[in-house]
Write a protein that binds this ligand. Structure first.
Ligand code: 5RP
Length: 293
């Protein structure tokens, strides 16, 4: 039994201080419950409002992609610099140490390999396993304009329903088919559909022209994929332009783990995303770090 409270007269209820009600720091996500917002705060840095997600899920349809042949050798040294790791549950369980406590985004769709029609995906993971693995979010491809567009949309909405039940966020990924034009008009269409259907946040590709209209028209945060490997300087320019034009960070894979020096690259991307470092300075930082090694 707790001791009886003897000092009732001395209690302080701070009657002159109004209780605060603060908006959640991520756009469009005020309506979510505490658990979901807590998990999202483990993906996005509440100070900068942005994230550097390290994407290493490529093997789910590409097999041992260049740079991911031995995740234990090439990726483990990068973990300390990532805010969040995006990966499959297979790689998580087999290679990532459970002492990794930052945000986890689990790949939850799959099916076809690069040898088949990629849009023919289905859900490939149950929400219960995501909970068991302490995931912050689950990711699903959405093929707007693709052959199996409707199926991929149903994958998205089913995953959102399962995730919302338990406070696990859903990341909707715009997957651009070979024949589709990657321009702002297409990205606006795809990202808006994904957000309207209830994804907590959306991953898309950066487009040179009018990218700010893509982020403006999407009511929830957008992160950009890095896409195929380009020179380090160009990747830093892309990351800079994307965040300056409204993206809430990057979900970058190949342009980090296929860089000449992946550790220096992820550190430089962090400086661009979280500290608004200009691309020229970030590239200088990359070269300095690389030289020092
Ligand atoms: C695979 C994905 C990848 O996570 C995504 O493409 C990010 O990686 P990269 O920066 O290499 O493009 O969603 O479909």
């Amino acid at each position: 039994m707790p001791e009886q409270d003897q000092s009732k007269e001395e209690k302080n209820f701070y009657l002159d201080i109004k209780a605060k009600s603060k908006a959640f720091f991520l756009k469009g996500l005020n309506g979510y419950d505490w658990g979901m917002q807590n998990r999202l705060s483990n993906i996005f840095n509440p100070k900068s409002g942005r994230t550097v997600m390290l994407a290493i899920d490529h093997g789910y349809f590409q097999g041992p992609t260049t740079g991911l042949e031995r995740v234990d050798v090439t990726i483990l040294p990068l973990l300390q610099y990532a805010d969040t790791l995006m990966l499959t549950r297979g790689i998580l369980r087999s290679i990532i140490p459970p002492t990794f406590t930052k945000g986890l985004v689990l790949r939850a769709s799959g099916g076809p390999s690069i040898l088949k029609e990629l849009s023919n995906e289905q859900l490939a993971m149950d929400v219960e396993d995501a909970i068991r693995l302490n995931a912050a979010a689950m990711a699903v491809q959405v093929f707007i304009g693709g052959e199996y567009e409707t199926q991929s949309i149903h994958n998205l909405t089913r995953l959102i329903d399962m995730g919302n039940k338990y406070g696990i966020a859903t990341l909707g990924v715009t997957a651009v088919g070979k024949d589709l034009v990657r321009d702002a008009k297409y990205m606006r269409l795809a990202t808006r559909i994904i957000a309207e259907l209830g994804a907590a946040y959306v991953k898309t590709y950066y487009v040179e022209k009018d990218f700010e209209t893509v982020t403006a028209a999407c009511p929830v945060p957008i992160v950009i994929a890095g896409g195929k490997k380009i020179p380090e300087k160009e990747a830093l320019v892309m990351a800079y332009n994307a965040v300056q034009q409204g993206a809430s960070g990057v979900d970058m894979g190949r342009n980090i783990f296929q860089a000449d020096d992946p550790v220096s690259m992820i550190k430089s991307v962090r400086a661009v995303v979280h500290n608004n470092l200009k691309p020229a300075e970030a590239f200088e930082m990359y070269n300095d770090l690389k030289k020092k090694k």
